[in-house]
Design a protein around this ligand. Structure first.
Ligand code: CO8
Length: 256
């Protein structure tokens, strides 16, 4: 597929996707979802990529769903648009590898929902977060009502969605919506360092950790603990795990 909106670079086991519609602050249209859906399907079958980074071009991460495209929709179309978007963001969660949102600017509406579909969020000091759909007479439509309360807590989710407030990266950090705030000039460098650190670990453990935390959160505690014991023990059959422990004892870096 020829990508028109996604700019993709792959190096050192890390894929970086830049959403590029800067004239409309990277607003998400149907074409974006088709491209992202295709790219994520492609990624499922690759074992040479261990971390995915998503960012936006220009001053915005993503300023929401494309309002001009949405404004002409009938209810049935809006339902399809919402479900398709939800399914694409859900793929980020079920992808085997970790996904990091590098939030460089506005993450509003669908942009905040995209960032929340990622495994964690690193933000520039200039980033702004919010779910302003209420200003358009709408609710969030890409599972923002579901993810925000799970990530930032019930009170913060109700506060942000009911007020439609735009908040700073520092406020998002305090809410747990963001894990780290960086200087704008060093955002990508800092994110790539983190991605490199994760990608330099034995990939079996990284994949298991994402699966355990993602699946475990909707399971009873005991079931999640059993899942953990199974994944933990299975790693003992992997060469990378043996190498990790032997390298520790031999006081050297593991060779993965
Ligand atoms: N959709 C379409 N175009 C947009 C969007 C958007 N979400 N955001 C910005 N643009 C366009 C502007 O229209 C403008 O275009 P033009 O130059 O042709 O006038 C261009 O981008 C630049 O924007 P501004 O001039 O407004 O830039 P400012 O720096 O002055 O303001 C803001 C930046 C504050 C981000 C402002 O653009 C804004 O408020 N944007 C809309 C934010 C918003 O409401 N987002 C939520 C959208 S709704 C949503 O995401 C629902 C998701 C679920 C959908 C489910 C499917 C049914």
């Amino acid at each position: 597929m020829e990508y028109k909106i996604l700019k993709i670079s792959i190096a050192d086991r890390i894929a970086c996707v830049t959403i590029s519609r800067p004239a409309v602050l990277n607003a998400l249209n149907t074409e974006f979802f088709r491209e992202m859906d295709h790219f994520l399907h492609d990624l499922q079958g690759r074992d040479d990529i261990w971390v995915l980074v998503i960012t936006g071009e220009g001053k915005s991460f993503v300023a929401g769903a494309d309002i001009s495209e949405m404004s002409g929709m009938a209810p049935a179309e809006a339902y399809e648009f919402s479900r398709f978007g939800q399914s694409v963001f859900a793929q980020l969660e079920t992808l085997r590898i970790p996904v990091i949102a590098a939030v460089n600017g506005y993450a509003l509406g669908g942009g905040c929902e995209l960032a929340m579909g990622c495994d964690f969020r690193i933000a520039s000091k200039l980033a702004k977060f919010g779910q302003p759909e209420m200003n358009l007479g709408l609710t969030p439509g890409y599972a923002g009502t579901q993810r925000l309360s799970r990530i930032a807590g019930l009170g913060n989710a109700l506060y942000l969605i009911l007020t439609a407030d735009t908040i700073s990266a520092e406020d998002a950090l305090r809410m747990g919506l963001v894990q780290k705030v960086c200087e704008p000039e060093t955002l990508m460098e800092d994110v790539m360092k983190l991605a490199t650190r994760i990608a330099s670990n034995g990939s079996g453990a990284v994949v298991a950790i994402k699966k355990l935390i993602r699946e475990g959160i909707s399971m009873p505690f005991e079931d999640g603990s059993i899942l953990e014991a199974k994944a933990f023990s299975e790693l003992f059959g992997e060469a990378a795990t043996k190498e990790g422990m032997i390298a520790f004892m031999e006081k050297r870096k593991p060779e993965w």
